[in-house]
Design a protein around this ligand. Structure first.
Ligand SMILES: [Zn+2]
Length: 290
């Protein structure tokens, strides 16, 4: 376990199964299968695997994988870690449900600067809308499914939008999911290639790489401390997107055990030694034979 993540904790929800469904507007969405069970888990428990698997999913987009392969990889990722919480990650505040409008800083998915909150929600509930009534800034939300009610109780302290993202009818668009995974892996590759090819690159190319990575920014999550068996730092992440982004940034900048791409299988791995080029002894043997 990485030193940075010792005695830290967070919480997110994944379902036992996910499926792709096409909505009336023609967009393909990933959402839980009708009978799937929600299950809270701690994404910090195996943070390194989470980040590596997120990178590998995005790397497929650069490795000539077909859309079917990419869709399967994203669905596998969701079965292990849940959806990304894009709905909560994009707006200026995770507590946007308290306002009539949602404000969106520049992002690669939605071009509008602001939207009515109800229209924004429609983008993530393509089939069945939550029974949600909004009257100005007041809102009420009723649920009958016992599993959903139990989630709402468990996550009382969370922003309403995060909890809505845990609901059975919440889905995320394929083109958006693909864009997010691709963006992460692009940043990862940029950093990898920069150091790999630094000697051979001219000034302009180096500058391009530096600009590419500078565009990768993120808002910091808040945290609090809980007195568990040992004092534990608990992150208040409101989306899995933010979890991955922050963990990825930490792993990428780690000097001793950086996140790297294996020279043989082209997958992400955490280097045991600073100069490790291969993810495993097996890849090292294969890589050196070539
Ligand atoms: Zn490998």
């Amino acid at each position: 376990m990485h030193k940075l993540f010792e005695h830290t904790s967070a919480s997110w929800v994944r379902y036992s199964g996910y499926e792709w469904r096409t909505a009336a507007d023609g967009n393909l969405y990933l959402l839980p299968t009708p009978g799937a069970e929600p299950q809270p888990y701690d994404p910090m428990a195996d943070a390194e695997t989470l980040v590596c698997e997120a990178m590998d999913t995005g790397l497929l987009c650069f490795q000539r994988a077909s859309d079917t392969e990419i869709r399967n990889a994203i669905a596998r990722f969701a079965c292990k870690y849940g959806l990304l919480g894009i709905m909560t990650a994009l707006p200026t505040t995770a507590r946007f449900m308290e306002y009539e409008k949602v404000y969106l800083p520049k992002n690669q998915l939605i071009r509008a600067e602001s939207m009515d909150t109800a229209d924004y929600l429609d983008l993530f509930f393509p089939f069945r809308k939550p029974d949600f009534r909004k009257n100005g800034v007041e809102s009420s939300w009723s649920e009958e499914d016992p599993a959903m009610i139990s989630l709402i109780m468990t996550y009382q302290e969370y922003p309403q939008s995060t909890v809505m993202g845990f609901m059975r009818d919440y889905g995320e668009r394929y083109d958006w999911l693909k864009a997010v995974f691709k963006d992460w892996s692009f940043t990862f590759m940029t950093s990898f290639l920069y150091y790999n090819d630094r000697e051979q690159l001219d000034e302009d190319s180096l500058l391009l790489y530096q600009k590419g990575i500078a565009a990768f920014d993120g808002n910091a999550p808040t945290y609090h401390i809980e007195l568990r068996e040992t004092p534990t730092l608990v992150w208040d992440f409101h989306s899995l997107m933010l979890v991955v982004k922050m963990l990825f940034s930490m792993l990428l900048t780690d000097e001793q055990h950086p996140l790297r791409m294996c020279r043989n299988c082209q997958k992400a791995f955490i280097a045991k030694e600073r100069d490790d080029l291969f993810c495993s002894p097996e890849c090292e043997r294969k890589g050196k034979m070539e």
